[in-house]
Design a protein around this ligand. Structure first.
Ligand code: AMP
Length: 143
């Protein structure tokens, strides 16, 4: 299965982004409003400058509540691992497992086109297993 198929099945394909100069307070509002765990940092909405997840916020705020006013660029991860929509899902799944992050932005020709979360990956995997089971089941019933 390709990443494009996973993105295509998502009910909401919009990628939530935040500018690097927005504050951690703004970021918290965005995470809560959209019920998501990570936001892509981008000044223009298409160029990936970083990624910031709830984990970064927790680490930073622990013992430093004044960090709510800090810019997102101070807590983001700048070296973002991205994938292309033509990449196989398996490759993204192993990167997430090995590197221990739960979000991979999808970038085609330098433009942000989607984001895949560990939840999307698990759902796609279960769908695939169920499809194969149903195929096998109907084959066995025919014979
Ligand atoms: P997550 O598991 O996605 O909540 O993120 C855990 C940590 O990995 C946080 O420090 C994130 O900023 C970082 N992170 C998340 N996704 C990526 C990614 N695709 N590339 C690089 N770092 C990431």
């Amino acid at each position: 299965m390709k990443i494009s198929e996973v993105i295509g099945r998502k009910p909401d394909q919009k990628v939530v982004t935040i500018g690097p100069d927005a504050t951690v307070r703004d970021l918290l509002a965005l995470l809560a409003e959209h019920n998501i765990g990570a936001v892509v940092v981008s000044s223009d909405g298409t160029t990936v400058e970083g990624i910031v997840s709830e984990r970064d916020v927790v680490r930073r705020l622990h013992g430093h509540e004044e960090a709510l006013g800090s810019p997102v660029r101070d807590i983001m991860t700048a070296a973002v691992h991205t994938a292309a929509s033509t990449d196989p899902l398996d490759a993204v799944r192993s990167v997430m497992t090995q590197r221990r992050f739960r979000h991979v932005p999808i970038v085609d020709d330098g433009r942000l086109v989607g984001i895949v979360s560990i939840g999307d990956v698990v759902k796609a995997h279960i769908d695939q297993i169920e499809f194969e089971r149903d195929q096998l089941d109907s084959y066995v019933r025919q014979t």
